[in-house]
Design a binder for this molecule. Structure first.
Ligand SMILES: NC(=O)c1ccc[n+]([C@@H]2O[C@H](COP(=O)([O-])OP(=O)(O)OC[C@H]3O[C@@H](n4cnc5c(N)ncnc54)[C@H](O)[C@@H]3O)[C@@H](O)[C@H]2O)c1
Length: 446
């Protein structure tokens, strides 16, 4: 019952099914039974309250649940191992439980929704009773809009050799595929239109999920490198992105320069795809560069501040606004703020951090601030690292408590005109005056 499991459980219950959500973490399970989501996600707790007894929760998969199920979906985490490959321990654990519970020639379709390497469905098949209908059904939801994405997906992908599995899933997803689902209260439905149902072989479906995340990460790393070139030559990356983004072959989304991608998916999935290709004998060079560029992008922040602040970072007070890897979530997994704060502290800065949702989770020795005013009080520089709406709306008057006058906009999300008496630094938004300094700095960074 993580982001994918709970969102799927809620969406399927909302569209008329009876769902039992299994969660081994006792605290999460107890919370869910009281109507509390284990994470912040818009609309989730409201929907939990509304669905009542049609969605139940259990701590383990019982033989009765298995006997009655039309479909069993695996939605456990697949984090990175130290070597970058996907850690399949949770998935193997669930498969072992299923192997001990599923009857021979049972009718339940077993579906893997976790993002897992090519060949994972074969691995599951080997462990389960022969004849179990199987499918892989990768999930493409975005945190911060998980419910909307689950109810109104761009496509539903099913990788299977089983006609039974393909038809069962088509029936279960029918309301979603028709595009006619009424939005749960408080959520806005995007387009009411049919959604494509793409059935293919399992390996292609497994690879397609990684390809989707790798391509989005590539767009981000591309525009971040363009931003660095902009800083070197005195151009503005927002304008460059506007121009190329109007080409429908390119598209404007994921072309906002910043401090790099983070979160529970892009970093681990790019590493996993690199590992999958590598162990299969193909060195995926472009993806390696995407990953490296992302690391360098976060590392540039402290270096740029070191140069911009008179006397460098040692002894300076830095206010960090935004800890989560993007707005609309309290997820801190691989958030760029973590690496950036560690760099600032290593260079001798004192950091006070604020986030609207992860209020008390500033990584030590950074201190958690109770409000924006508290974070910026006495600060030499303010860094916006997550584009929460309340930070995007900031103006100079909100920062009167600072002792310095530098604002670093790590997401190119602020209105730079709102800080006329301050030094505004964006990413690839350098003005002409700083061309020489930024060009020299860019050479140094490489
Ligand atoms: N988070 C996203 O935005 C997203 C989007 C698309 C795909 N995915 C993929 O979906 C999968 C799940 O990701 P997530 O972010 O929802 O994970 P998560 O870490 O939020 O949740 C995983 C849940 O599974 C539970 N769990 C672990 N072992 C279990 C077991 N044996 N039985 C029952 N429950 C068990 C954990 O306690 C946890 O609550 C991953 O493979 C991820 O890559 C995630």
């Amino acid at each position: 019952m993580g982001y994918v499991g709970l969102s799927t459980a809620l969406a399927l219950t909302w569209t008329g099914h009876e769902v039992c959500g299994i969660e081994i973490d006792k605290r999460r399970l107890e919370g869910l039974r009281r109507g509390q989501a284990p994470f912040y996600e818009p609309g989730v707790e409201d929907l939990l309250a509304r669905l009542g007894a049609r969605l139940t929760f259990a701590g383990e998969l019982s033989p009765e649940t298995v006997r009655d199920a039309d479909v069993i979906m695996i939605t456990v985490g697949t984090p990175s191992r130290p070597d970058g490959a996907a850690d399949l321990r949770s998935l193997d654990q669930v498969t072992a439980v299923l192997a001990g519970t599923l009857p021979p020639r049972g009718s339940a379709v077993v579906v893997n929704k976790s993002t897992a390497p090519v060949g994972t469905l074969d691995r599951i098949a080997e462990a389960l009773p022969a004849g179990t209908p199987l499918a892989t059904n990768p999930e493409f939801l975005r945190q911060g809009q998980a419910l909307v994405d689950t109810l109104y997906p761009d496509r539903v992908v099913v990788g299977t050799h089983s006609a039974v599995a393909a038809e069962r899933l088509r029936a279960i997803y029918a309301p979603i595929l028709d595009g006619e689902v009424a939005p749960p209260p408080g959520l806005r439905a995007p387009r009411r239109e049919a959604r494509p149902y793409l059935v293919m072989d399992p390996r292609s479906a497994e690879l397609a999920k990684y390809a989707a995340n790798a391509f989005l990460a590539l767009k981000i790393s591309f525009i971040n490198e363009m931003a660095n070139v902009c800083e070197a030559v005195g151009a503005d990356v927002d304008q460059v992105a506007d121009v190329i983004g109007r080409d429908p072959r390119i598209g404007r989304q994921y072309l906002r320069a910043g401090i790099g991608y983070g979160g529970s998916c892009f970093p681990k999935d790019t590493r996993a795809l690199h590992a999958i290709a590598g162990t299969s004998g193909y060195p995926f060079q472009l993806l390696k560069a995407v990953i490296e560029v992302n690391q360098l992008q976060a590392a540039r922040v402290a270096k740029r501040l070191e140069r911009a602040l008179p006397g460098g970072l040692a002894g300076k007070r830095i206010a960090v606004l935004g800890l989560s890897f993007k707005p609309g979530t309290d997820d801190m997994r691989e958030a760029p703020s973590l690496a950036i704060i560690a760099d600032l502290v290593a260079r001798g800065a004192e950091v006070r951090a604020h986030d609207p949702l992860v209020a008390t989770k500033a990584p030590p020795p950074a201190v958690s601030a109770a409000s924006v005013a508290d974070a910026v009080d006495g600060a030499d520089a303010v860094l916006v690292l997550t584009e929460w709406p309340e930070y995007v709306a900031l103006t100079e008057t909100d920062l009167v408590g600072m002792r310095g006058s530098l604002i670093f906009d790590g997401r190119n999300a602020l209105d730079r005109e709102a800080f006329p008496n301050m030094t505004y630094m964006g990413v690839g938004r350098a003005g002409r005056a700083s061309v020489k300094a930024e060009a020299a700095a860019t050479r140094e960074d490489r």
